[in-house]
Design a protein around this ligand. Sequence first.
Ligand code: F6P
Length: 548
Amino acid sequence: MSHIQRPHQRPEWTALAEHREELGQVRLRELFAADTDRGTGHALRVGDLYVDYSKNLVTDKTLRLLRELAAATDVFGLRDAMFRGEKINVTEDRAVLHTALRASRDAVIEVDGENVVPKVHAVLDRMTDFADRVRAGKWTGYTGRPIRNIVNIGIGGSDLGPAMAYEALRAYSDRSLTFRFVSNVDGADLHEAVRDLDAAETLFIVASKTFTTIETITNATSARSWLLAGLEGPDEAVARHFVALSTNAEKVAEFGIDTANMFEFWDWVGGRYSYDSAIGLSLMIAIGPDRYREILDGFRIVDEHFRTAPAEANAPVLLGLLGVWYGNFFGAQTHAVLPYSHYLSKFTAYLQQLDMESNGKSVDRDGHPVEWQTGPVVWGTSGTNGQHAYYQLIHQGTKLIPADFIGFAEPVAELSDELKAQHDLLMANFFAQTQALAFGKTPDEVRAEGVPEELVPHKTFRGDHPTTTILARELTPSVLGQLVALYEHKVFVQGAIWNIDSFDQWGVELGKVLAKRVEPALTEGTDIPGLDPSTKALVTAYRELKEV
Ligand code: F6P
């Protein structure tokens, strides 16, 4: 699956570089003036999503050249290999099959000659049974009281996915149950999560693909102590209050969780692609199995679209190509994702792992250093808050910051009429921002408002800040699945073009190893041979501060 020709040496790349030169300063006002149908002509519908890319700095030729690059770098061949279950995660020799997690029951997807779909559905069925029992108050704790509090302990993909999706779908959740998500090894996280909970009614879901992640195992161990102290119960009480989500039965058993209470997934599910695996158990308990399956349906809609739609009408392909255009040909370093929904307040944080852990790579699939830019810094928060914080820099700063705006036509049903009425104001801001970013305000327009000449430069908006608008009727479970799949496949497209392995994450290892090495110096004052002078001085300062 290696790409012999490096992407930046391909004629299609050179053609894009030349085209970028020719275009010079792209003026969105001019592009819209030249094509009165641009607003409708540069939009796609995928499932329930309406994706408008008209406010991007592209011409028809740009899009054609970008598609040619995608074809030349074999994005579609790699896509098909992924869906077939081939081991496209080359550095770990693993298949990449998060798409199998939402495959229909009758699908056949083989890894090493074994159809994995029955296993996926068997786990989903067990999760369903368990979630139904908890929701119905039939899963009781050690003292016989029903579970009312669910605490997910996990980090990275074993936290961000369920935490983000729980937040997104709160309006669909059982409000009589309490959900908390603990990830940080900072003891304050667990402390705050459990301080007002009754151990007798609390279930811990320990979520860890490997079941070796130090943060999760440490927090789970402390949670077990908290539970046993609260219950004043014996070790056997743990069985009613702890379940595990993992690929590693051996480690789960070693920790002391009965593997009968383990929900399995597999090494072909990447951590950041895992919330629709067993890792979604807390979410399933929150919203119920039927709603959970609607999320999977949503994922599947976009999977099918990505697999079958022609490149020019393929939304993940298009979003991926736009990112390549800005990152590789405009020098954009970052990409903002700005959801205009309070419920999506954790969506960008979730995408940070999805995108940055996948495409934050500087060697290609063959291990050669890349000579082209790879994944961007992904950032952003939910609107309208950002408008009163950092949008100034997007509008008038010196950097090009492509941004995705995500919004909904309807607020969630349970809001009061008065709060629902605020929705048009929220969305007026949403549309106004992309309009201002695209078209700005010329000095003449500023002058026409009677602004004194010395203030004209300050009040001028250059415009031509590219945005993509993603609109849906409302934030349903299916729409959430569609949105996540859209970004998963966008990240895939970019990784394929950059010829990097988007499915490993070796870059997180060094810090983990060093933390293990440094810890005894902090707790015991042990001398660590070979420790660099800066860290050594800091460790000394830390110990002095600690002892004062
Ligand atoms: O940060 C590295 C990483 O391996 C992520 O990819 C993963 O989501 C996270 O740690 C948690 O890993 P695990 O689920 O094995 O505890």
